[in-house]
Design a protein around this ligand. Sequence first.
Ligand code: SF4
Ligand code: SF4
Length: 396
Amino acid sequence: MTQGDRVALDNCIKCSICVSHCPVARVTEKFAGPKQNGPDLERFRLEEPATVHPSIGYCSNCKTCDVVCPSGVNISVMNCKAKGEYVSLHQVPLRDKLLSRVELMGKMSRLSPSLVNFLGSIKFLRLLGEKVMGVSAEMTLPHFAQKTFLQLYKAKKLKNSKRKVLYYPGCYVNYNTPEVGLDLVKVLNHHNVEVLVDQFDCCGLPIIANGFLETAKGYAERNIEKLRKYAAEGYQIITTCPSCNLTLNREYQELFDLDTSKYCVLDAFEYLDQLIEQGEFKTNFKNMPLNLGYHQPCHLKAAGIGVPSQGILQLIPELKVTDLDAGCCGLSGSYGFKKEKYPISQEIGQNIIRAVEELAPEQTITECGMCQLQIDHLTKKAVLHPIQILAQAYGL
Ligand code: SF4
Ligand code: SF4
């Protein structure tokens, strides 16, 4: 533990605000909560690392506690490190190893995405998977696309383009929703911005959230090296995934003490905000008479960059965007796919159902792929990324 961690730990004033905002502690007594698992137990873990309460596995790594703590205690990092210690000292289910390797699952799906999607729809196999592996038979599985984003992406040389960006799509866009990445490329090309993509490793967040910190550190080191190279070549780096953004920008440094200062990853809408500031943002929108319900992902809140997509979508004529303001969706990556966590995840998500019923939007949108999947599962309606709405408004 560094001196900085020590100071952060001693800053805890025991107000319990983190406990009252923790979505998991709100719905289950199985989780001792952020204060007890974070600063309270950390004092003991400093002396004896094995003092890790097993309930740490119930922390979903949503990072709400960090956002609300008035004293700046980095609770989720403490919890991630504690989970890492717990995992290194105990046997963990094979399921957790598999669920954390989303990139590997994506690569395996390439053998036959249709077959993988079909097998995932067979109830008997899902029940078997729950019994043998502990993967919930109820949770909607991600749908694998026929072609990955990297296969579908075509580099476009633009005349007189002064701007170049490197796009980090993340595993979910690459393997499951390539249309999101393609719409981003269209929007950026529309602004005469050239887009480059490259083969990156998974950001490692699912591996971190499952406590395999040593493995995740290797991912971090490889990604940092590539990101530094592109930043040094003058590329601005952007992503459409808030969780990848948070991991690449902050988690590598906070968890592994790696140097992330040589690059900066922007949210796609933060980048578009820059174009607005520089007077280069196009507003040749079609009218869109549509009511949208917007869900802010927890990791976008944790990134502390506000909600850049909402400001930009408000520029589209006749489009109305309303914040669902329903808190965490509950899925938290692989968390809600685990048999014992699925009911917790669904209970947390009830606020989303209520908000959608009350607002009755014609379309729900959110930046995070996992939030999209959970809201789709909860409301039985497809959810889009805000960049898809923007691309539609431009008629691209
Ligand atoms: S919100 Fe912060 S200061 Fe308050 S109990 Fe939690 S960790 Fe301590
Ligand atoms: S990261 Fe989320 S689930 Fe974990 S302690 Fe903090 S608020 Fe609770």
